[in-house]
Ligand binder design. Sequence first.
Ligand SMILES: Nc1nc2c(ncn2[C@@H]2O[C@H](COP(=O)(O)OP(=O)(O)OP(=O)(O)O)[C@@H](O)[C@H]2O)c(=O)[nH]1
Length: 127
Amino acid sequence: MAQPILGHGSLQPASAAGLASLELDSSLDQYVQIRIFKIIVIGDSNVGKTCLTFRFCGGTFPDKTEATIGVDFREKTVEIEGEKIKVIQTVRFRCGTQQVKNAFAKAWLSITTAMCMRWSLFMTSPR
Ligand SMILES: Nc1nc2c(ncn2[C@@H]2O[C@H](COP(=O)(O)OP(=O)(O)OP(=O)(O)O)[C@@H](O)[C@H]2O)c(=O)[nH]1
């Protein structure tokens, strides 16, 4: 037999849909409480951006990498002083015309918490 639950200021009969929405609400609360930091990693091609984020999120360096086409995302949840914080890293590669790069940069930087630049001392950029 269905048990009454509170809803819209009065006692309403519980339904499967009602209980499901209550469960959904409480599970959403957990996500709302996690702070999200978005970090963009930029740099010339082949300087190790993918390896850097792979190491941070996965704990190991990849044996082999391929050139990133467009953007790449990785995420990791860290705990600092008892608070869970989700870190999302975006890897961007250097490509295209200046206009394309500017448009990308504007879009990504508007939603970014921090920026990490990576470069290689052993490489010279082709101009
Ligand atoms: N010596 C050395 N090599 C590295 C380091 N990090 C990455 N590499 C090597 O550099 C090469 C390129 O690494 P990636 O992480 O794919 O570079 P990327 O900047 O993401 O490259 P794109 O996707 O083309 O932009 C790989 O062969 C890696 O093994 C490092 O700290 N030291």
